[in-house]
Design a protein around this ligand. Structure first.
Ligand SMILES: [Zn+2]
Length: 218
């Protein structure tokens, strides 16, 4: 079998879009070889919800599980990618047709991957409705990933989608870039930083696909 890796992580840079009101990404070079220092060194200032990132239950639930305590099973293993492009929002009706496995990791590819640039924040991203979130929480799944900076609509009142998912212990991955990934089954690696008490963390998220070796020629 041939292993093919898909990096579905957005690049972190000072010019990237962040949630309105959240910390911009700042890279400060504190040592530079070009200035006579022995090495190059950078100090990074950023929100834990920057770019491709994980939401821990603690993000919306005080006393909820924090980054360093989340089981690795939330970030590793089999992941199903579903193609849900062509919709403004994802509803329970969309998900009921998918035959989603209990305890699995599911990733939703939406129009966000094509429409949203890493550099510009838009409010009209594709999101989950509350009935969709409640459906996933009821299965229940382990982790849900989406290609918008939030899984919930912009300016939602009380953030019920986050509460439904995180309250049921479903970990959320936001800000994925699924442009070049087709629906199907993959092995995912989505490891966040082990931040003590962390309510979120950027993560490097990679999908691994196994393809049969090409037949020998001749
Ligand atoms: Zn988040």
């Amino acid at each position: 079998m041939n292993k093919l890796y898909h990096d579905i992580t957005r690049v972190i840079s000072p010019s990237m879009a962040v949630w309105p009101g959240d910390q911009n990404v700042v890279f400060s070079e504190t040592k530079r070889i070009a200035d006579g220092d022995v090495c190059n060194l950078t100090v990074l200032k950023l929100s834990v919800h920057t770019g491709t990132h994980i939401d821990a239950p603690k993000h919306f639930i005080d006393g909820g599980l924090t980054m360093e305590r989340l089981p690795l099973e939330c970030f590793l293993g089999k992941a199903a990618v579903y193609d849900l492009r062509g919709r403004e929002r994802i509803t329970r009706g969309d998900l009921e047709k998918l035959d989603i496995e209990a305890n699995g990791i599911v990733i939703f590819k939406t129009d966000n991957s094509e429409k949203l640039s890493t550099e510009e924040f838009r409010t009209d991203y594709v999101h989950l409705t509350l009935d969709a979130a409640a459906y996933l929480a009821g299965i229940p799944i382990r982790t849900v990933g989406i290609d918008g900076l939030s899984i919930e609509c912009y300016k939602s009142d009380g953030n019920p989608v986050h509460h439904a998912l995180l309250g049921a212990g479903v970990v959320i991955i936001e800000g994925l870039d699924l442009k070049d990934v087709a629906a199907g089954e993959y092995q995912i690696t989505a490891l966040p930083l082990k931040l003590q008490g962390g309510n979120g963390s950027p993560a490097r998220v990679v999908l691994m696909e196994e393809r049969p070796d090409p037949l020998p020629l001749g």
